[in-house]
Design a protein around this ligand. Structure first.
Ligand SMILES: NC(=O)c1ccc[n+]([C@@H]2O[C@H](COP(=O)([O-])OP(=O)(O)OC[C@H]3O[C@@H](n4cnc5c(N)ncnc54)[C@H](O)[C@@H]3O)[C@@H](O)[C@H]2O)c1
Length: 244
């Protein structure tokens, strides 16, 4: 599956989309991590097909400026992957307003700002694919993650609304609902290793997902292979939420 010469803007991570033929803009708040991804993509011979742009997705001006840079460096946006997100575990009763606000700013407002900026270009071009990062936590509640759960449920309905409003412009919008994926996010969100070991037994496929498996699902939704699919949440969870 390839994206040809399409321009994809990805917030929060690189994934394998860069290897699928797209010209890719990598937006992230962490410049050092961006440098690492740039080195690895350059090492794969993809120099000239990507750019890295430090961006705070929770800040409207930062997002606007980054899309202007993408316009200049790669061309108008065909695909948006609004992936940036954070999770900070705390029981509902203990969640600070700061934790709540930061989670919503990045996970929900960040997706709103990124999708809106991308959609403006796509509406002019009358085509495009928007992919947002929800979670199985946007479908079912998990203890100690109220702010995260609320943000991810919001992302799913925001995406469905984008889908029905922008379908007449040839723009599709779909969410991904990954289950537990083996990245740094889980460890940093304060979950203890014993909990993680018990968690894996709840996944019918008997393992956590891989980042590449989510990137492949994003690639499917970005490409013309999903040309009649819009407004869905695609669950990528090894069967977890299908089991009672
Ligand atoms: N890991 C999982 O199990 C899992 C499951 C379901 C959904 N998700 C979602 O997938 C997405 C990626 O998660 P991950 O596991 O790769 O986490 P990660 O922490 O490895 O990646 C998140 C990235 O977002 C960036 N980021 C944070 N705040 C930002 C901001 N304000 N502006 C721009 N970038 C910012 C971080 O620097 C980081 O590179 C998130 O939205 C997460 O909620 C993850």
């Amino acid at each position: 599956m390839t994206l040809g010469d399409k321009v994809a803007v990805v917030t929060g991570a690189a994934g394998s989309i860069g290897r699928a033929g797209a010209k890719i803009a990598l937006l992230d708040i962490n410049p050092e991590a961006l440098d690492g991804v740039a080195d690895s993509l350059a090492g794969e011979g993809l120099g000239g097909r990507f750019c890295t742009i430090p961006t705070n997705v929770g800040n409207a001006e930062s997002v606007r400026e980054s899309f202007r840079t993408v316009d200049r460096e790669l061309g108008s946006t065909d695909v948006v992957v609004a992936n940036a997100g954070v999770a900070q575990g705390a029981n509902f009763i203990d969640i600070s307003l700061e934790n709540w606000q930061r989670t919503l700013d990045i996970n929900l407002t960040g997706v709103f700002l990124t999708c809106q900026e991308g959609a403006r270009r796509m509406m002019t071009n009358r085509h495009g694919s928007i992919i947002t990062m929800s979670s199985t936590n946007g479908l079912l509640a998990e203890k100690a993650l109220a702010a995260y759960n609320a943000s991810k449920a919001g992302v799913l309905l925001l995406t469905k609304t984008i889908a029905i409003e922008l379908a007449p412009y040839g723009i599709r919008a779909n969410a991904l609902n990954p289950g537990f994926i083996d990245t740094g996010l889980a460890a940093r969100s304060g979950l203890d290793p014993e909990f993680l070991n018990a968690y894996v037994t709840k996944i019918p496929m008997g393992r956590f997902g891989l980042p590449a498996e989510v990137a492949d699902a994003a690639l499917f939704l970005a490409s013309d292979a999903s040309s009649f699919i819009t407004g869905i949440g695609l669950v990528v969870d090894g069967g977890q939420i299908s089991e009672e």
